[in-house]
Design a protein around this ligand. Sequence first.
Ligand code: ATP
Ligand code: MG
Ligand code: FE
Length: 332
Amino acid sequence: VNILAIESSCDETSASIISNGKILNNIVATQSVHEKYGGVVPELASRAHQQHLIPVVNEAISSSGINKNELSAIAFTKGPGLMGSLMVGVSFAKSFAYALGIPLIAINHMEAHILAHFIDEPKPNFPFICLTVSGGHTQLVLVRDHLDMEVVGETMDDAVGEAFDKTAKLMGLPYPGGPILDKYAKEGNPTAFQFPISDMPGLTFSFSGIKTAVLYFLRDNLKENPKFVEENLADICASIQHTLIKTLMQKLKKAAKQYKIKEIAIAGGVSANSGLRKELENLSNQYGWQVYIPKFEYCTDNAAMIAMAAHYKYQKSEFCGFDVSPEARMKI
Ligand code: ATP
Ligand code: MG
Ligand code: FE
């Protein structure tokens, strides 16, 4: 069984081939057009997907050593994501599958972020809890089986990745700010400055408060000292990162306790954060958790995770019709 998978939900155009459950490659074209705007511009993203998609798919097929006539199915991201971006991937997948006379598999991008854990060893044991932290989502997911997942907690407002990016932007750092903030945080004191930790009920998160708190904090300090940010950059970054991680870990601990689960996974772009990875290691020692973190290239948007999800759906013959449409707000 050979499946071609396509990811185009946001600003990464990606294609991957999976053969009998084994990922053969993962070709990713990252769009750089958005950098100068400080965020993803949807219309530019769709156009860039149109430019990148065919070269990316060609490279995935040619480097796999598999002929396109040997493909068994084509998988694509149905949602959630930007409508125009999704549309490019869905339209291409439909036409290609129709031309080859093979079935289509529709994939939920957030489920795929979690199933990235099944690409390499060690794989988490069921049931496990996955903290999915990305640019658009912050979710606690109870994973009972590959295709049996339940969101047990999520954010009321901003995603944690957004909080990283927006606070970084307030400090004048380029987009996307998350990885840059992480880099400066390594040299700073995480308790130099205090920011509020949101107090939400149950397993609900909120990240809009810290954004506002950082805005006023910077404004007040810059009034006193115009060089405040330059002089304290590492400490500010470390303090923001510390607060964001603490907020995440509070709810993760609560979920682990509530469901009596010690198999803990993280997924999504923010799982690349070095502070988060370190804190998870600490907690795994403290609480006897078994912690799973995917390889970096499988944390951010990629088609290998779409291919992995497609592998499980193919086994259950979960195909979709050719009248399928993208779903910008698709839920798990
Ligand atoms: P979604 O998956 O919710 O649709 P997305 O696909 O845009 O959103 P990802 O590509 O999974 O999100 O992740 C991108 C996010 O990860 C950005 O907000 C980025 O700043 C953040 N990020 C990446 N690396 C790091 C890091 N080292 N520290 C903090 N944040 C990071
Ligand atoms: Mg992205
Ligand atoms: Fe994503």
